[in-house]
Design a protein around this ligand. Sequence first.
Ligand code: OGA
Ligand code: MN
Length: 200
Amino acid sequence: MMNLDDTFEHIATALMDKGYCILPQVLPEAITLALTQRVTKLTDKQLSTAGIGRNDKHHLNTSIRNDETYWLTNENKIDKQYLDWMEQLRIEINQRLYMGLFKFEAHYAHYSEGAFYQRHLDAFKGKSNRVLSTLLYLNKEWQESDAGELLLYGDNDTIIETVIPSYGKVVVFLSDRFPHEVLKANRDRYSIAGWFYIRG
Ligand code: OGA
Ligand code: MN
């Protein structure tokens, strides 16, 4: 595992060079494991069907996405460890790239077998203050045959990355530049999706 400084440096450089970054397990194993145990224990009552649209105004459209989500909070000790790690990343990115990130929000996501999220952008130019998207995957022993890949699109609708949602993997990308989608998985698929915001 890279040390924290190298990890942040690597993310900042990749964002500058190509606008996204895919890293193998970079969080401490104890945190990754605790997050995994927490997400797999969230009850149906805690999880709610994810919304789409501006400000996440619970606009349900299960033909576009049908994962279930639960927001992390600083009140929970395990959530806080992840939010703290992202807070350090926020400060480092601001120091290195002057992006002016001021807030981070994240939710756990559970895609049950067959669930998906159609191609979308997390932000539209000038219409959102989400600027940086993050993902952490919490799936032990994910096999290629389990599917559920994240596809990242570049210009001209070309697929630039096919990301297997393996345990501990982290993805960071500019929210308004990369359309992406989640393919149907053949088993339960767990992740944390998060966003850095600028003021506005
Ligand atoms: C999202 C999203 C991708 C994933 O929640 O906006 O694109 O791989 N998630 O879970
Ligand atoms: Mn997305």
